[in-house]
Design a protein around this ligand. Structure first.
Ligand code: GDP
Ligand code: IMO
Ligand code: MG
Length: 426
């Protein structure tokens, strides 16, 4: 198989973890290239569930090499907790198969404190609804050229100097602006150094590892986190995460040339969900939304928050196709739509008296659009045991085909349940 990028094309939680795990069967290396433990990727194998936040979802396949790229922000304490959980489940997470770029930035205790303090202070309507994991503040320090990188764990003097410099500024914010206690340099240093010996053996040069892999004829899967409409540039700013989630960042976030990205698969949920604040044109604040939430088990893997639910949004999908260069789409959770009399698809928006096929680009504009819906007949059958395209009810096939027509992107795989084997390849 050639190299593959997997990205979420909505607001996250589309089922990326399932497809990374599934496609990893045919792949040698799996690389995470952005985001941090704001991600929650659920993988179910033979009814057993694994929730992964930092470790690539390929880890459950024996013999696959998993890499964490420079574009990721890594919480060292959470990473070690995740290692221990996986070890407890009998998964091999030894340093020769799970490696971290020495350039990966570390989420420090003060990033988490700042993330939460800021969110608490914001008024309703301004809150982002972050996961509180320190993601934004860590990326800020990276871009501000004062971040801590994974390789600093092996250089205690440099690490301590960076922590002291960071706290000089952050402690002023904590005490003067947010009214919380200052953090002590030694306490932060000790907390991080306590886990350093567990991380240092995993450090590597991911870019060179990948070059070596390709020299040996291996294939690579790039695992995205979040979704395109949470992208720092192209998402519903400011209600976004702090990294580029688009497929192009697979190259920058792991240190490879963009010509290595062959197939770009967008993971698309059969309906739409969103966690946290921000515009959501097709959101259903009614019994139908509640039904999607309960039937789809739409509660966050990372924070447990109920996910907001609504119908499929084609303008959002069209824009995702454009931003990512999608070659094909894997449609997930089609089984959750079983039982509806009719299913709605938002085919365009009305905005300022005009019909729009793509989302308007000005900040806040997505709050002002009205979805234009098309109705399709639903189906009543349970489809979770369907193994082939032809076994799907006609109405379900028609729904998938309509999504293809409206978006211009082929649906190559259809998921009818969380397990690896509940997948139809077309
Ligand atoms: P990710 O963040 O994109 O990896 O997605 P999450 O793991 O946060 O959320 C997707 C959820 O849907 C997980 O609980 C999956 O086990 C589950 N899931 C994935 N595909 C399907 C499917 O086709 N049908 C159903 N019912 N659940 C699915
Ligand atoms: P996966 O990889 C869904 C959302 C948060 C919040 C916004 C900013 O599982 O699809 P952050 O903590 O990143 O600064 O929060 O982004 N968010 C996600 N929503 N799935 C995710 O990841 C998310 N990661 C961040 O809810 O609205
Ligand atoms: Mg998730």
């Amino acid at each position: 198989m050639s190299n593959v990028v997997i990205v979420g094309v909505q607001w996250g939680d589309e089922g990326k973890g399932k497809f990374v795990d599934l496609l990893a069967q045919e792949i040698d290396y799996v690389v995470r290239f952005q985001g941090g433990n704001n991600a929650g990727h659920t993988v179910i194998v033979d009814g057993k569930k694994a929730a992964l936040h930092l470790v690539p979802s390929g880890i459950l396949h024996e013999g696959k090499i998993c890499l964490i790229g420079n574009g990721v922000v890594l919480d060292p304490v959470v990473f070690v907790e995740e290692l221990d959980t996986l070890i407890g489940q009998g998964v091999d997470v030894s340093p020769n198969r799970l490696k971290i770029s020495s350039k990966t930035h570390l989420i420090m205790p003060y990033h988490k404190v700042l993330d939460k303090a800021r969110e608490n202070k914001l008024e309703k309507g301004q809150k982002i609804g972050t996961t509180g994991r320190g993601i934004g503040p860590c990326y800020e320090d990276k871009v501000g050229r004062v971040g801590v990188r994974a390789s600093d764990l092996a250089d205690p003097d440099l690490l301590k100097a960076k922590i002291a410099a960071a706290l000089k500024e952050k402690n002023v914010l904590f005490t003067a602006l947010y009214g919380i206690d200052a953090l002590a340099v030694d306490a932060v240093f000790d907390e991080v150094m306590a886990v350093a010996p567990r991380i240092i053996p995993h450090l590597t040069d991911v870019s060179s590892e990948l070059e070596q892999a390709w020299n040996e004829g291996k294939s690579v899967l790039f695992e995205g986190a979040q979704g395109i409409h949470l992208d720092i540039d192209h998402g519903t700013y400011p209600f976004v995460t702090s990294s580029n989630t688009v497929s192009g960042n697979a190259a920058a976030g792991s240190g490879v040339g963009p010509n290595k990205l062959d197939r770009i698969i967008g993971i698309l949920k059969a309906y739409t969900t969103r966690v946290g604040e921000g515009p959501f044109p097709t959101e259903l604040n009614d019994a139908t939304g509640e039904l999607l939430r309960t039937s789809g088990g739409e509660f966050g893997v990372t924070t447990g928050r109920p996910r907001r639910c609504g119908w499929q949004d084609i303008p959002v999908l069209r824009e995702s196709a454009r931003l990512n260069g999608l070659t094909d789409v894997a449609l997930t959770k089609l089984d959750v739509l079983s039982g509806f009399d009719t299913i709605q698809i938002c085919v365009a928006y009305e905005y300022k008296g005009k019909r729009m096929d793509y989302p308007p680009q000005e900040q806040g504009a997505l709050d002002l659009v009205s979805p234009v819906y098309e109705s399709m007949p639903g189906w009543k059958e349970d489809i979770t045991a369907c193994k082939t395209w032809d076994e799907l009810p006609e109405a379900a096939r028609a729904y998938v085909q309509r999504l293809e027509q409206l978006s211009g992107v082929p649906v190559s795989m259809v998921s009818v349940g969380p397990d690896r084997n509940q997948t139809i390849f077309r």
